[in-house]
Design a protein around this ligand. Structure first.
Ligand code: PLP
Length: 424
């Protein structure tokens, strides 16, 4: 069956069943249009979007400046391959990333297609710069689905049956106060790892999300990140800050680590960076980035000019006056309403997050209840996502361009859906 442009949701889902493998776990929402904080399905139904293509639409769908920049670039050229023909949009994104670097160092950047590819490149660069193989990652981390990054990622579903996994990846605990893991516990776990399993002198880098995303929207305490950085400095290990989900304005500041008062050695960004087009970056101290020999880094499409034009506009918006203020207003509104919902509904165990990267963890540690809430929210016109090792965390990623009215409406739907799902 050929899927026509005006196909119904049913038609598209039927064709998907036939042509797309089930391993790509997909929702049954068939989207035909999106604007701002709203999306429309193939049957003409409107939804509020609190998922943002998993944190890719911090500026909303179709932000005017990004769309304009893309149109202008489309009329110039679509592709060059940076290794064949140098073009300004690539260099311009790297310059803006340097301006926005959370610290004093002079930086350089390489541009890639996806967050996973960027994390892989960050590890390659750290290994080249230190001459060491080891990588330390943390409980509940998500860094991607490629061979190296699935070894770095910590949920069975992402690696079951796909081994052998990449070697030299070591996991340490990360704080999770709601489930009883304190900063002290986590640091003790890392120190034990260095004592009994891994020589820190063999470790190239530690990689951590400042707010764990897929792992359950768990903000890393500043004392933890500062203590990791101190250990990195002591042992000559590079600190890699994975901001693919928490970055690009989600938490109020451009990078979440700005709030933790630590200057990373390497920062990985993606998702919202391309404003909806595939783009990710590895930005790092210039001397570290230049440790790799010419030709050691690259890729055919990495830093595609159209995606770069979009990213330059995204970075302008993130740096514009008023962006942080609005993001903080949104964070306050969301937090107040979520706290109020949690106080009324026994099923909600904890409200947590950083800035406007907020979530509710349901007390019950299985995915069924969260799935029910997401299903009821969909029926009521709100698209939401869950996350967490046990799938019991409901995360909120509304565009930071949403109006107060849209946010209030979405939160009321979430509240009612918790009630519908028996979470009174
Ligand atoms: C923190 C983090 N790192 C890396 C990735 C991988 O990004 P991508 O899906 O673009 O490969 C993700 C994706 O969710 C992420 O949340």
């Amino acid at each position: 069956m050929r899927v026509e442009e005006k196909a119904s949701s049913q038609d598209v889902l039927g064709a998907r069943e036939r042509y797309v493998p089930r391993g790509v776990s997909a929702s049954d929402l068939v989207v035909t249009r999106a604007w701002g904080a709203r999306i429309w399905d193939a049957d003409g139904r409107e939804y509020l979007d609190f998922a943002g293509g998993i944190a890719c639409q911090n500026l909303g769908h179709g932000p005017a400046g990004v769309v304009r920049a893309v149109h202008e670039q489309v009329d110039r050229y679509l592709h060059q391959c940076f290794m064949v023909g140098t073009y300004e949009p690539y260099v311009e994104v790297c310059r803006r990333l340097d301006e926005l670097w959370p610290g004093d160092a002079a930086t350089k950047s390489i541009l890639l297609n996806s967050g996973a590819e960027a994390v892989e490149n960050a590890v390659k660069i750290a290994r080249a710069a230190t001459g060491r193989p080891g990588v330390v990652v943390f409980d509940r981390a998500f860094h991607g689905r490629t061979n190296l990054t699935m070894a770095m990622t910590s949920k069975l579903v992402y690696k079951q049956g796909f081994g052998p996994l990449a070697p030299s990846v070591h996991r340490a605990p990360a704080p999770y106060p709601y489930r009883g893991v304190s900063t002290e516990d986590a640091l003790a776990g890392l120190d034990l790892l260095f004592e009994q399993d891994v020589d820190p002198g063999e470790v190239a880098c530690m990689v951590l999300e400042p707010v764990q995303g897929e792992g359950g929207f768990i903000p890393m305490p500043a004392e933890f990140v500062q203590a990791l950085k101190e250990r990195c400095e002591r042992h000559g290990i590079l600190y890699v800050d994975d901001e693919v989900q928490a970055g690009c304005g989600r938490t109020g500041t451009v990078w979440a680590i700005e709030r933790l008062e630590v200057e990373p050695d390497i920062l990985v960004s993606g998702k919202t960076l391309g404003g909806g087009l595939p783009l990710a970056a590895v930005t790092g101290k210039a001397s570290i980035m230049d440790a790799v020999h010419p030709g050691g880094l690259g890729g055919t499409f990495g830093g595609n000019p159209v995606a770069c034009a979009a990213a330059a506009a995204v970075l302008d918006e993130l740096a514009a006056p008023g962006f942080r203020e609005r993001s903080e207003q949104i964070a306050t509104l969301l937090r107040r309403r979520l706290d109020e919902i949690a106080a009324r509904r026994a099923a909600v165990g904890e409200v947590r997050g950083l800035g406007a990267m907020l979530a509710l963890e349901l007390a019950e540690r299985n995915p069924a209840a969260a799935k029910r809430v997401l299903g009821r929210a969909r029926e009521r016109g709100l698209v939401l996502l869950s996350c967490g090792l046990y799938g019991n965390v409901i995360r909120l990623l509304p565009p930071l361009s949403a109006t107060d009215d849209e946010l209030e409406r979405g939160l009321s739907i979430l509240d009612e859906s918790l009630g519908d799902a028996g979470s009174a």
